[in-house]
Design a protein around this ligand. Structure first.
Ligand SMILES: C[S@@+](CC[C@H](N)C(=O)[O-])C[C@H]1O[C@@H](n2cnc3c(N)ncnc32)[C@H](O)[C@@H]1O
Length: 251
């Protein structure tokens, strides 16, 4: 029997599970800034930074997240602050680069929240700066990608995860991410299950959001993080990584 849990509050387990080598993601984010944005950033912003796994690797990075448990770990990796990504109060034109990977943006359930997020990031970017934003677009379209299982170990803590996606309530523009964790914490074993709604975005809806954000879509990739392989948003099977550039006059 699994115990119900919120895996973001189990930040130590989350942190071990996502403790793979981040170099490919970091190279991609910095490469996108070099190719499409302002080059090597002086200051960078990571909303939904979680436990801050990427913060030490990106120049001048500042993170934000809603979960205190995540922030407690992230604080050891870089400057962070607590904020709802739907209500970011950021100083205008204060960052050269923003980035957010791993499907975090879909936690914003309502269109107005997603719009507010993109507009706030647009305003906080200096002209020509990019927001590298990875999330699943129409994830139901790629069922093979919607199921993932892996495990990671650090010292005496081993965490195995199975993640899949269940349909949301009828008529809702959401699906439910189900995360099942099996944990061996120095000999103490537990099974936990976390369920969270994620907004479903079609490519057309994404284009509509971006059109009213003060950002423009300059390139799109899949989660292989290959800058030499851009693709049209409509052809990406699930996990898309958008490069959004601040237009000169934010909307
Ligand atoms: C998938 S995890 C973070 C992944 C992180 N971007 C990475 O690359 O490792 C998603 C994070 O979003 C945070 N989150 C969820 N809803 C949020 C909201 N409305 N505002 C800010 N953070 C939120 C959670 O606390 C969690 O840390």
């Amino acid at each position: 029997m699994s115990e119900p849990a919120d895996w973001y509050e189990l930040a130590r387990y989350y942190d071990v599970l996502f403790s793979w080598d981040p170099q490919r993601e970091v190279d991609f984010v910095l490469g996108a800034s070099a190719r499409y944005g302002r080059g090597r950033p002086g200051r960078s912003f990571e909303p939904f930074c979680g436990a801050g796994r990427l913060l030490p690797h990106v120049p001048g990075a500042v993170g934000s997240d809603l979960s205190q448990a995540m922030l407690e770990i992230a604080r050891g990796r870089g400057p962070v602050f607590r904020a709802d990504a739907a209500r970011l109060g950021l100083a205008p034109e204060s960052f050269d680069l923003a980035y957010c990977l791993i499907d975090s943006f879909r936690h914003l359930q309502r269109e107005a929240q997603a719009q507010s997020h993109l507009c706030a990031v647009a305003r906080a970017l200096r002209p020509g700066g990019v927001y590298v934003l990875g999330f699943d677009v129409e994830s139901g379209r790629a069922p093979a990608e919607a199921q993932e299982a892996w495990s990671m170990k650090r010292g005496g803590l081993e965490v195995a995860a199975e993640i899949d996606v269940l349909p949301g309530p009828p008529g809702a523009e959401a699906e439910v991410m189900r995360v099942r964790l099996r944990v061996d914490d120095n000999g103490r074993r537990s099974s936990l299950e976390s369920r969270q709604p994620l907004r479903i975005w079609t490519p057309q809806a994404v284009r509509g959001l971006v059109a009213h954000s003060g950002l423009e879509l300059v390139a799109c990739f899949d989660r292989r993080y290959d800058l030499e392989a851009p693709r049209a948003l409509e052809t990406v099977p699930g996990s898309a990584v958008l490069v959004l550039r601040r237009a000169n006059v934010p909307g």
